[in-house]
Design a protein around this ligand. Structure first.
Ligand SMILES: [Zn+2]
Length: 284
């Protein structure tokens, strides 16, 4: 089973996790920029974080034969903090970099006017930099938040197939399917979504435009939920090619729209940690 985890926060995981993921079949991943738990007080904290996603974390993943890519953005939660507003000014120069395959996570947390503004501005940046977008949907008021998300995407002029709407469940999947966007599901150990419910959703909606991720971070989460979902699909009678669509070909197709996927893992030691550039591929 080859696996591409389209949404996982490796910054908060250990080398044991990288090893277990490699053994489970994970060969590639996308790490979206997110809220780190402790509020950041200035733009410099984001610059260092973005650099670490492009450099250090990519280097760590390469040591385990995993191709690391990232999505960068000002996350919805911190969009409410005026001390972080400047992030939107430094973001453009990061979106031009090779390891960045999407704008994300953007979207809503509490659906405030500040979140509206940051969301719309970052959708504009996605258009300008020709990147797909990873959209987080709120855990509270999920239906209303998802509906509003789809309205904002429609108004932005972005084509729906350039947008992945994530953290969906049984109450929100249909409207995203109808809108033509990609559908993301975060499978968790004991909340929000599990393997059995995921398999039932795949049986109902099919495997097209469907993405499964572990969204693993510093909370209780499991970086092997992708593989566990694949095994549950096989148990339920799905073909291996359908598992491959969900766990590999779909994320490759979605993030491939950036033109920047590098699926041969960068050899250990080949990444310049200071700049995040790959010596092998001659990137800047
Ligand atoms: Zn996330």
């Amino acid at each position: 089973m080859r696996i591409f985890d389209p949404h996982i926060h490796m910054t908060s995981r250990t080398t044991d996790d990288y090893e277990a993921m490699r053994d489970a079949g994970v060969r590639a991943l996308v790490e979206p920029a997110f809220w780190l738990g402790q509020p950041r007080t200035n733009v410099g904290s984001f610059v260092d974080y973005f650099d670490s996603l492009l450099g250090w974390e990519r280097f760590r993943a390469a040591q385990f034969g995993i191709a690391h890519h990232c999505a960068l953005a000002l996350n919805p939660k911190e969009a409410n903090d005026p001390r972080c507003a400047e992030v939107l000014d430094v973001l453009p120069r990061y979106l031009a970099k090779d390891g960045v395959v999407a704008v994300g996570e953007v979207g809503y947390d509490s659906m405030t006017p500040e979140e509206d503004d940051a969301f719309a501005r970052q959708l504009e940046l996605a258009l300008r930099y020709d990147l797909p977008v990873l959209v987080h949907t709120p855990h509270r008021d999920k239906q209303e938040g998802t509906k509003r998300t789809l309205d904002v995407v429609r108004e932005s002029g972005l084509a729906p197939h350039r947008v992945l709407v994530d953290h969906l469940n049984e109450t929100t999947v249909a409207m995203v399917a109808d809108a033509g966007c990609w559908m993301g599901f975060s499978v968790y150990p004991d909340t929000k979504m599990d393997e059995a419910r995921m398999v039932a959703l795949l049986a109902e909606y099919g495997t097209e435009r469907m993405l499964v991720n572990s969204a693993a971070d510093w909370g209780r989460s499991d970086p092997l939920k992708t593989r566990k979902t694949g095994l549950a699909m096989l148990d339920a009678g799905f073909a291996e090619s359908e598992v491959d669509s969900v766990l590999w070909r779909n994320p490759v197709e979605f993030y491939g729209q950036s033109g920047r996927l590098a699926l041969e893992p960068v050899a250990a030691g080949a990444v310049d940690v200071a700049t995040g550039s790959s010596v092998l591929r001659g990137e800047r």
